[in-house]
Write a protein that binds this ligand. Structure first.
Ligand code: ASP
Ligand code: MG
Length: 426
């Protein structure tokens, strides 16, 4: 008997029929002798619907008072799906109880709409489990020190589930979703993309931070910190498939990096179209310049990703970095009006039509020449690299966005990630 946390995404909870299937699946696990805690998302579309209503009434407000009410509002979506699931489980003959975040309580800080979990009281949950109940805990939400309801940011139910699993020291946290695992890259871009049976936690962290939308990045950070074994699997398999088959399906996110792991140098290709590039040209080459530029950007709460500074020529240099595309105009304006005059730089230019493509793999630690193989592959396709950044297990390039799909496909092939024809035909 094990204590297991299941998380079901919005599409899995999308109708009463689907909720009934979730209940049947959970009941199957419970009858096999496991203790179950289930963390559901709101029914698909519900969070968007609620936030849309808010927009109709208060389009321009983004102050704290308004954000408090946004959280009051958005948190209801998960309360609905949790209560419905409890009823569906009871209809299956199980004893089940649902709790909103504040009832557990799941304590968070007060950063409305993007709160962070600080602690989870496991007493109530443990007592119910000991009494043989299936416990349902709303995803996406908590309560701050003053009793105000908070939410954890879009996609936050993943983080709720992992945090609950960590608090209860669950043996595994299963994330049931509408895809059947983590892929080498987005199958919509590369038809030959393969599902990974295992991926290391560090690789998953890189992939989640670079636009793989399967898991909220914070949930992966949490899993890493508390070493919660995570599995991403499909909720669209028939609910009555064999439990052991189900338990070993999908992708396991693992902390073991031993010989049994797939020995690929590169495990996945990530890409992201959400960034824009900004260059400050003709910057005087003296101490404090990077700080003057990026300090101002940071003060405006704008996150910076790839950064490069060139060597100087006649005491002047160019300085480039990327920001989220939503922050592009704001950053340009800030630099032009505040930083440029003080700095004595020549100009600020920007380009929003870029994308970032990355190869990720723990194999890069032990293999040399992986980055150059990437550059060779891109050059053979005639793709110009505008910026490069590397970490121990990742190399990213910034290129013109019109070559994104070509780059991803070529790299997927170059690093032997394409599914073989054999596997495709089954
Ligand atoms: N319902 C929330 C959202 O749509 C949280 C989640 O689904 O993870 O973002
Ligand atoms: Mg999600």
């Amino acid at each position: 008997m094990a204590l297991i946390v299941h998380k079901y995404g919005g599409t899995s909870m999308g109708s009463t029929e689907r909720i009934r299937n979730v209940a049947r699946r959970v009941a199957k696990w419970h009858r096999a002798g496991h203790q179950l805690v289930v963390v559901p998302s709101a029914m698909s579309g519900e969070t968007n619907r609620l936030l849309g209503l808010a927009k109709e009434l208060a389009p321009a407000q983004t102050d704290d008072a308004c954000e408090r009410e946004l959280d009051m509002l958005a948190a209801t979506g998960e309360q609905v799906s949790s209560a419905l699931l409890a009823m569906a489980l009871q209809a299956e003959g199980l004893s089940a109880v649902s709790y909103a975040g504040w009832q557990v309580p799941i304590k968070t800080n007060s950063a409305y709409t993007k709160a962070r979990i600080e602690s989870i009281d496991d007493q109530r949950l443990r007592a119910d489990l000991a009494a043989g109940k299936v416990v349902i805990v709303t995803g996406f939400q908590g309560v701050d020190g003053n009793g105000h309801i908070t939410t954890l940011g879009r996609g936050g139910s993943d983080t709720s589930a992992v945090a609950v699993a960590a608090a209860l020291k669950a043996s595994e946290c299963l994330i049931y979703t509408d895809v059947d695992g983590v892929y080498t890259t987005d199958p919509r871009v590369v038809a030959q993309a393969r599902r990974l049976e295992r991926v290391s936690f560090e690789e998953m962290l890189e992939m989640a931070s670079m636009g793989s939308k399967v898991l909220q990045i914070r949930s992966v950070e949490f899993a890493g910190k508390y070493r919660v074994p995570l599995r991403v699997l499909s909720s669209f398999t028939p609910w009555d498939i064999d439990l052991n088959t189900e338990a070993s399906s999908g992708t396991l996110i693992t902390f073991e990096e031993n010989e049994t792991m797939e020995q690929a140098v590169v495990s996945g290709i990530a890409f992201n179209r959400d960034e824009a590039k900004i260059s400050v040209l003709g910057v005087p080459d003296r101490p404090g310049i990077a700080y003057q530029i990026l300090g101002a950007v940071a003060q405006a709460h704008i996150e910076v990703d790839v950064i490069i500074q060139n060597i100087s020529k006649e005491g002047k240099t160019d300085f480039s970095f990327t920001v989220h595309r939503n922050d592009f105009q704001k950053t340009l304006h800030l630099l032009k009006t505040q930083v440029l005059p003080a700095l004595g730089a020549a100009d600020v230019v920007g380009d929003a039509r870029i994308c970032k493509v990355s190869i990720v793999g723990i194999g890069m630690r032990s293999h040399v020449g992986v980055a150059s193989r990437m550059f060779k592959c891109l050059s053979e396709e005639g793709i110009n690299i505008q910026m490069i950044s590397t970490s121990e297990i990742k190399t990213s390039v910034v290129i013109d966005e019109k070559y994104m799909e070509l780059a991803v496909r070529s790299l997927h092939r170059e690093f032997d990630l394409d599914q073989t024809v054999d596997t495709i035909s089954g």
